[in-house]
Design a protein around this ligand. Structure first.
Ligand code: ADP
Ligand code: ZN
Length: 214
């Protein structure tokens, strides 16, 4: 079961991905989480990534593909995975297809979390994330049980630098220019499923599970 999750920043990909990966017992591979792991660890790679991420820019395709596709060749991905945040450009999608083709593998479905652009800014302004496990929360729509503390692991919640309003606008521009075309790309391949992402996390989760028949 190899799944790609698409949708603009703030559509709820990370939130839904955690639930789907638990339900299907496949690893949740998030390019953003991988990059934040490097950034928080302060590695040389992390410093380089930070320049792009905190400016709301995409990390260059060759670097991104090397890191994420490398991750997919580990043992835990052998029987499937849920990709979140990758591919984000046509070049990345083509690289992924080449890699899969070389292994005789295919994507089962590309699920697009569909949400109007006007709703996104509020979602991102209220978003808080766990430093330890990467789980997402929202100050209004998905509150943690205890303020500032992750329900899943007890980690500290923080606001990502790139969720600040100045950077959000830039990320949306990048999304519409570079990532939105992937919806047509996967539609043409006949594996696209659309899910209305305007709703509570629980409502959207039910739509996602229904679309995946799980
Ligand atoms: P969101 O889905 O909320 O936009 P992510 O956590 O997926 O956030 O990504 C955060 C940032 O990491 C992006 O804005 C971008 O700078 C970088 N990034 C993540 N995935 C990719 C990718 N596939 N290609 C290029 N840059 C990426
Ligand atoms: Zn956590």
């Amino acid at each position: 079961m190899r799944i790609v999750l698409l949708g603009p920043p703030g559509a709820g990909k990370g939130t839904q991905a955690k639930d789907v990966s638990e339900k299907l017992s496949v690893p949740h591979i998030s390019s953003g989480d991988i990059f934040r792991g490097e950034m928080n660890a302060g590695t040389e790679l992390g410093k380089k990534l930070k320049e792009f991420v905190n400016a709301g820019q995409l990390v260059p395709d060759d670097l991104t593909t090397e890191i994420v596709v490398g991750r997919l060749s580990r043992d835990d991905c052998a029987s499937g995975y849920l990709l979140d945040g990758f591919p984000r450009t046509l070049a990345q999608a083509e690289s992924l297809d080449r890699e899969l083709g070389a292994k005789g593998q295919k994507l089962r479905v590309a699920l697009n979390l569909d949400i109007a652009a006007e709703k996104i800014a509020d979602r991102m302004a209220g978003r808080r994330m766990c430093r330890q496990c990467g789980a997402s929360y929202h100050l209004v729509t998905l509150r943690p049980k205890a303020e500032g503390v992750c329900d899943r692991c007890g980690g500290e919640l923080y606001q990502r630098d790139d969720d600040k309003p100045e950077t959000v606008k830039q990320r949306l521009d990048v999304y519409f220019r570079s990532t939105a075309p992937l919806v047509q790309y996967y539609q043409a391949k006949g594996i696209l499923k659309q899910v209305n992402a305007d709703g509570t996390p629980e409502e959207v989760r039910q739509r996602v599970f229904a679309a995946l028949n799980v």
